[in-house]
Design a protein around this ligand. Structure first.
Ligand SMILES: CC(=O)SCCNC(=O)CCNC(=O)[C@H](O)C(C)(C)COP(=O)(O)OP(=O)(O)OC[C@H]1O[C@@H](n2cnc3c(N)ncnc32)[C@H](O)[C@@H]1OP(=O)(O)O
Ligand SMILES: O=C([O-])CC(=O)C(=O)O
Length: 491
């Protein structure tokens, strides 16, 4: 059955490229169903059902409370207040992230790969994030081709990058290049020409795919021109997938490095909706509750296109307590090696950690706003290192830190999560393959983050999700409300 379906697939593909979306597969007693390799068509097929689901959720459960917000939470950044809708991933404090319901190990097993036994290709995850379904190899391959077709960077963007001050941080260059691409926004053009609000998701999808397609080329251009002082650009290899091409265009061809980049680009994509880069992107792009029935309260949306909103997300990712922490970790590790050497003992490491804390700094790569256990993205990267670089000194140092830092952070009595996060390990893998310029690392994070936040952006427009527009209060207003509550409780 499987062989027959494969033959039919290749016949249909060979017969007419335009019919690529009409690949047919047989499903035993369930009869025949059509599956598509066209991502936009697959998405379009899902949208009406999800719109209905949201309307039903609102109609049947709209008045139920998901949680309260205390004065402490309002002052503390609304931490833990369940007040936002985000479909592409969900974060459990103990277990870590699940993308559309799948854990990282499950995705390493299920998603299509570039080679037997290798790491998943990010294109497969993009299909999953957009549609909620694990793609077939043909579907992931179709995404690879679509991204390849749209990857060419306009000359003006390259020129603009080459005019940047040599000390401009690579993340500033990334955000600037993304903004420069905005001139081609199909959503902005559609809005100007009066597109109907129920159709917003379509140009948002097109912009998102265009941007995702170009991001590896932008990142490689930043790397070769700025970080590497003017090296010539390298054209993409048409035989490679999107993630591997990023490493290739940066100048790396080692198969291990390509695999590492595929994995890196897969696991950094999404971390539910409230983190800085996701939320900033979401806020800038948010629209009105156009599709939701019975809108009762006002919102103040922006409806910025995917280029503008993703640039907002990237300026947030560039902060040292968020995505830039991967750069900070490398600098901190370099300090450890310079001051204590490579054959460091646990005692020497403890001393170094304490001196970092005593000088009023954070230990980068440890702690998290939501997670309360070791980040599974850290564990995944440690597993990759154990397989590909078990004797690498930086890997051994990072493993030793895992034995030392959590106990010390617990002793401070204030750190809610003493365990390592994703940023504690990514630099080890990059350094091993020769990508030693740590101020570039967050750009790689940003390229991956696009897959998550832009997939959610398409759904946010399809579902007509509004901006989170919390009611702010002054201290005086909070004091007044608290006193009112106290007196009504004592009556
Ligand atoms: C992709 C990502 O964004 S993952 C996070 C990357 N960032 C880092 O690795 C930087 C180091 N870590 C941190 O600064 C924090 O743990 C954050 C920013 C990630 C989370 O911050 P919060 O949610 O405020 O953490 P938490 O509630 O545990 O903070 C309580 C106290 O512990 C401190 N703390 C938390 N983590 C650390 C740490 N790694 N080193 C030292 N102190 C820490 C906080 O600074 C805070 O101190 P304060 O009360 O004196 O201000
Ligand atoms: O979830 C967060 O707040 C930060 C984080 O790990 C991410 O965005 O990947």
């Amino acid at each position: 059955m499987r062989a027959a379906s494969k033959t039919l697939t290749s016949l249909v593909q060979a017969a007419a490229p335009a019919l690529r979306e009409s690949v047919i597969e047989c499903f035993g007693t369930a009869g025949v169903r059509t599956i598509t390799t066209d991502l936009k068509a697959a998405l379009a097929a899902k949208i009406p059902g999800e719109q209905e689901r949201l309307k039903k959720l609102r109609k049947e459960h709209g008045s139920k409370a998901l949680g309260a917000c205390t004065v402490e939470q309002a002052i503390g950044g609304m931490r833990g207040v369940p007040a936002m809708l985000w479909e592409t991933s969900l974060l459990d404090p103990e277990e870590g992230i699940r993308f559309r319901g799948y854990s990282i190990p499950e995705l390493q097993d299920k998603l299509p790969k570039a080679k037997e036994g290798g790491e998943p290709i990010p294109e497969g995850l993009l299909w999953l994030l957009m549609t909620g379904e694990v793609p077939t190899s043909e579907q992931a391959q179709a995404v690879t081709e679509m991204l390849r077709d749209r990857s060419k960077l306009p000359d003006h963007v390259l020129k603009m990058l080459s005019c940047q001050h040599p000390d401009t941080h690579p993340m500033t260059q990334l955000a600037t290049a993304v903004l420069a691409l905005q001139v081609d926004s199909k959503f902005a053009a559609g809005y100007r020409s009066g597109i109907h609000k129920t159709k917003y998701w379509e140009p948002v999808f097109e912009d998102s795919i265009d941007l995702i397609a170009k991001l590896p080329t932008i990142a490689a251009a930043i790397y070769r021109r700025a970080v590497h002082a003017g090296l010539a650009l390298i054209e993409a290899d048409p035989k490679l997938d999107w993630g591997a091409n990023l490493a290739y265009m940066m100048g790396y061809t080692d198969e291990g490095c390509l695999e590492m980049m595929r994995l890196y680009q897969t696991i950094h994509t999404d971390h539910e909706g409230g983190n800085v880069s996701a939320h900033a992107t979401h806020l800038a792009s948010a629209g009105r509750r156009s599709l939701l029935p019975g809108r009762t309260d006002a919102s103040s949306p922006a409806l910025s296109d995917p280029y503008l909103s993703f640039a907002a997300g990237m300026t947030g990712l560039a902060g040292p307590l968020h995505g830039l922490a991967n750069q900070e970790v490398l600098r901190w590790l370099t300090d450890v090696r310079q001051q204590v050497g490579d054959n460091v003992t646990k005692e020497q490491l403890s001393e170094f950690v304490w001196s970092t804390l005593k000088s009023g700094k954070v230990v980068p790569g440890f702690g998290h706003a939501v997670l309360r256990k070791t980040d599974p993205r850290y564990t995944c990267q440690a597993g990759f290192a154990q397989k590909h670089m078990p004797e690498y000194p930086l890997f051994k140092l990072t493993a030793l830190l895992y034995q030392v830092v959590p106990d010390i952070l617990k002793q401070t009595g204030k750190v809610k999560n003493p365990y390592p996060n994703v940023d504690a390990h990514s630099g080890v893998l990059l350094q091993y393959y020769g990508i030693t310029e740590e101020n570039f690392y967050t750009v790689l994070f940003g390229v991956s983050r696009a897959l998550g936040v832009l997939s959610q952006g398409v759904w946010s427009r399809a579902l007509g999700l509004p901006i989170e527009r919390p009611k702010s209060l002054t201290m005086a207003a909070m004091e007044e409300r608290a006193l009112q509550l106290e007196s009504s409780a004592s009556i």
